[in-house]
Design a binder for this molecule. Sequence first.
Ligand SMILES: NC(=O)c1ccc[n+]([C@@H]2O[C@H](COP(=O)([O-])OP(=O)(O)OC[C@H]3O[C@@H](n4cnc5c(N)ncnc54)[C@H](O)[C@@H]3O)[C@@H](O)[C@H]2O)c1
Length: 393
Amino acid sequence: MLKGDPGKILSYGMVGGGPGSFIGEVHRRAIGLLGGARLEAGAFSRDRDKSLALGTELGLEPSRIYPDPLTMARTEAALPGGIDFAVIAAPNDVHYPAARAFLEAGIAVVCDKPLALSVEEGEDLAALARDRQLLFCTTYTYSGYPAVKEARRLVASGRLGTLRFVQVEYLQEWLSRPLETEAGADKVWRLDPARTGAASSLGDIGTHAEHLVSYVTGKAITRVAARIEALVPGRGLDDTASILAELEGGVSALIWTSQAVPGASNGLALRLVGSEASLAWRQEDPEVLVLSPFGQGEQRLRRGRDFGPGDLPFHRLPAGHPGGFYEAFAGLYGPFLRALAERKAGHGAGPGGPGDRAGSKPDFPDAEAGLAGLRFMAACGESSRHEAAWTKV
Ligand SMILES: NC(=O)c1ccc[n+]([C@@H]2O[C@H](COP(=O)([O-])OP(=O)(O)OC[C@H]3O[C@@H](n4cnc5c(N)ncnc54)[C@H](O)[C@@H]3O)[C@@H](O)[C@H]2O)c1
């Protein structure tokens, strides 16, 4: 798609994604799948030596390996040919100050979820992106899967009939043990409230569940009755959430997320119940949708055979040659990079800007989607503090 068109090659910088980290490398590979952007700057770690070592390994000019995101934003904005966008793949507490610095410097942002540590921070970022007319992507990875996009299309087309109920569960096992007290636990920032936010697990996986529900159904969550708890004794932060939710139009949803389920890997599963058919998707079998029309049993719909890549042309492999997590990330980056390249070439200002036509909003989760996740978290927390009372989102 973007590959091979030098007029559309963009450059980017990365915050986080240092040696041994998880998601930064996924971003780099996903962008590599598309070929439309080059990494040219970075502040990969709080440890300057590690950042320099990785930046050098990745072929960056030493002068563009920065001690911190704020210096990177300021310097790149002043540089002729500075970066077109910044990827923020660092712990949650870094998201807001870094994203704000890049937006203020006039640089588009791709930020990992949860968008920020509070609704107020999220509102500020969303307003800034809107006011400056800058593209902003919040990485709700699962909406990048072709099967999830197909599920959204099937719901919108009425294939399920009237939508009546939605169920999502997202289960992992890594917090089944008291990691916070075990020396050497490498993901422990997620259990430090100063770095992860007031809710750990809800921010980590609950926001993915919230976005999946609203993306596939096209309906926002309007209120919740939630119990947020820690299944592991003595844990200060949450590891589990049980949420009854109501969507626009009064549709009920049931959301269960937990990182304390032994044996679970990345068990994200969605079930939609309509008046004419049900539809199910599991992230661990991501190329398949199970459609069950009333009275007809299960039909397995497969990418490449029963539904196409749609707007994801890098999904070139025939059915049975599975795509996965990297491609899903590229599924976010494809529309984002295309919109950014078009802006750079002077064609339209993108969503909300002059030249934005009704219905032309690119298909990636924006700052407003990130903010919706923060509002959902806040409402769940409030509900849980009041014995799961129904609380508006
Ligand atoms: N979208 C997704 O599917 C997805 C998946 C996993 C993680 N995430 C999110 O991505 C973020 C990072 O998660 P992770 O699992 O990669 O964490 P990680 O601990 O594996 O990596 C974090 C990286 O950020 C670096 N870092 C820390 N503070 C920094 C700072 N001030 N400046 C620059 N670099 C800094 C660390 O050195 C490390 O390299 C989190 O917000 C997480 O919620 C998103």
